[in-house]
Design a protein. Structure first.
Length: 249
């Protein structure tokens, strides 16, 4: 039996999408307008909710054991104690260290289909807009492979705005996820088989590891150091960059 080249290409795409390549995993919108398509997932829920801790010294963002898994941890207990202290300084530190909610979805960016499925991270306001579209019976299943809806995403700062905002507008007409000019059903199968594994994308820490990081932070050993890491080219590592961009979104 001859080797199935389509499966081989899919395997290569999967390798490129798993952490090691970095830039192939996360997508951040550019200023202006871009069209995206949210890709359906096997579990029927393409919108994933995660809680992260940031700002604990030089450590990159990591998943909150308490908010994600119901496991109490030293940082969660410390944040609670800071809020109970009821001073303005304690409250400020608690707000910096408490877990932050972020949302993620697999998307195809129109005009960049050659990069495959990537993960778009967004905040609560954009999530509310997406859910409004999903629940609007006028649009049906916006992720449907054959009759779903592309979304025009407008991203950027208005005059006087401190932070960039995201506005989502559905296309008026439905369209296939993979039209014939970009590969049709074969390309769709490749994309759907190679959605990045969310469970492998984000840093998890044990309770013991969090205790060590908290002790170091409290001792002032890492205070004042920049927790953003850099790769050999001087650019921020993809996952860290995604975290940092989401913090400022």
């Amino acid at each position: 039996m001859a080797i199935d080249m389509s499966k081989m290409r899919a395997k290569m795409e999967a390798l490129r999408n798993k952490g090691g390549g970095g830039d192939n995993v996360f997508w951040k919108p550019k200023d202006g307008e871009q069209a995206i398509r949210i890709v359906p997932t096997p579990d029927g829920d393409p919108f994933k909710e995660y809680w992260f801790h940031y700002n604990l010294g030089k450590n990159r963002g990591f998943l909150s054991p308490y908010r994600m898994y119901g496991i109490d941890d030293p940082l969660n207990s410390f944040v609670r104690s800071l809020f109970m202290d009821k001073t303005e300084e304690s409250r400020k530190v608690a707000l910096d260290l408490m877990a932050k909610q972020r949302f993620f979805a697999p998307v195809i960016v129109r005009g960049e289909e050659d990069k495959g499925v990537r993960i778009w991270g967004f905040g609560k306001r954009a999530y509310e807009q997406i859910l409004s579209l999903v629940l609007n019976p006028e649009y049906g299943d916006i992720t449907d492979v054959d009759e779903g809806i592309d979304i025009v995403l407008k991203y950027g700062k208005g005059d006087g705005d401190r932070y960039a905002s995201t506005t989502l507008t559905p296309r008026r007409k439905s369209s296939p996820l993979c039209p014939d000019n970009i590969g049709g059903n074969e390309k769709c199968s490749e994309w759907l088989d190679n959605i990045p594994n969310f469970e492998e994308l984000f840093t998890k820490k044990s309770v013991e590891e969090i205790q060590v990081m908290l002790d170091e932070w409290l001792a002032g050993e890492v205070e004042g150091e920049d927790f953003v890491k850099y790769d050999n080219s001087g650019a921020t590592v993809a996952v860290d960059a995604a975290f940092n961009e989401l913090i400022n979104a």
